[in-house]
Design a protein around this ligand. Structure first.
Ligand code: IPE
Ligand code: IPE
Ligand code: MG
Length: 257
């Protein structure tokens, strides 16, 4: 069921984009991170296999990327596969590893046309070759674009990321590249996958779960969180607008007054 919010949708297509009424153009979050959850339950509720939910969810990614790029978000980080998702049945993992290939096969031209730059965070090396190939091609072909950064968290785990950062820092200290006394938050951040990105301003999680599931534990320290019961395949631009609207009505204090 669509949720009600105090402004009308004006987004019809990319050529007739009008800023949604009620959103403050000067307060669009720069970096939005989304935990796209609930694909499996969406499918199960329809008597379909879980992978049908993932397929449907891919269509939603396209819509949401268009919306984010239209509205002027700078970075959209999408949690596509966690380091824990390998625990799933083999056929589901295989399907999830094929999804980026299908997504980019059908959508890369539009991403290029929209000036979107594709990036990833996560342990890329161990992904299957076909997944790596499709994603590497997208990264390469969009590397000079300076519009929306579409950042896929693929085989991403925040604890793994942080342990790796610690290892990197220790090895730099051992080799004398940096001094122990110089280790600070900036040094730590610079060893994370997200070193070239600002921290997320807004985290959205669909499906009713209210947890981080090992997503951006360091980077979300001062993000605003927004949860919805809606399963990812049912998530629309309207929900996204509502999240942005709520975000704009929060007061971020960062520990101050
Ligand atoms: C999110 O949907 C997609 C991935 C984790 C890859 P789920 O597959 O987790 O769907 P639910 O949470 O089981 O419904
Ligand atoms: C988080 O969702 C990972 C992604 C959305 C890719 P999960 O469905 O894997 O998280 P848990 O298991 O419910 O915590
Ligand atoms: Mg889930």
């Amino acid at each position: 069921m669509p949720i009600k919010f105090p402004f009308a949708r004006k987004l019809k297509n990319k050529d007739s984009f009008v800023q949604p009424v009620g959103l403050d153009q000067t307060q669009i979050p720069k970096h939005v991170a989304i935990i796209m959850d609930g694909n499996g339950r969406w499918a199960k509720n329809r008597g379909m296999p879980r992978i049908a939910g993932h397929k449907e969810g891919m269509g939603v990614v396209k819509k949401i990327v268009r919306f984010a790029s239209d509205i002027g978000i700078e970075v959209l980080t999408l949690y596509a596969f966690s380091t824990e998702n390998w625990k799933r049945p083999k056929n589901e993992v295989e399907f999830l590893m094929k999804l980026p290939v299908d997504f980019l096969n059908t959508y890369l031209p539009e991403l290029i046309e929209r000036n979107v730059r594709v990036q990833t965070i996560g342990d890329f090396d161990v992904l299957p070759p076909h997944t790596k190939k499709a994603v590497e091609e997208a990264i390469e072909r969009t590397k000079n674009n300076d519009g929306l950064i579409l950042n896929f968290a693929l085989n991403y785990g925040s604890r793994f990321e942080m342990v790796n950062a610690v290892k990197q820092i220790v090895s730099k200290v051992e080799s004398g590249e940096i001094a122990y006394a110089d280790i600070d938050e900036d040094v730590f951040s610079s060893e994370l996958y997200t070193s070239d990105l600002m921290d997320p301003d807004l985290l959205i999680r669909t499906s009713g779960e209210q947890r981080l599931s090992n997503f951006l534990l360091w980077q979300l320290a001062y993000a605003e969180f927004w949860f919805t019961e809606v399963y990812w395949p049912d998530f629309t631009e309207n929900h996204f607008e509502k999240a942005l609207y709520d975000y704009q009505n929060r007061k971020r204090r960062y520990g101050g007054v």
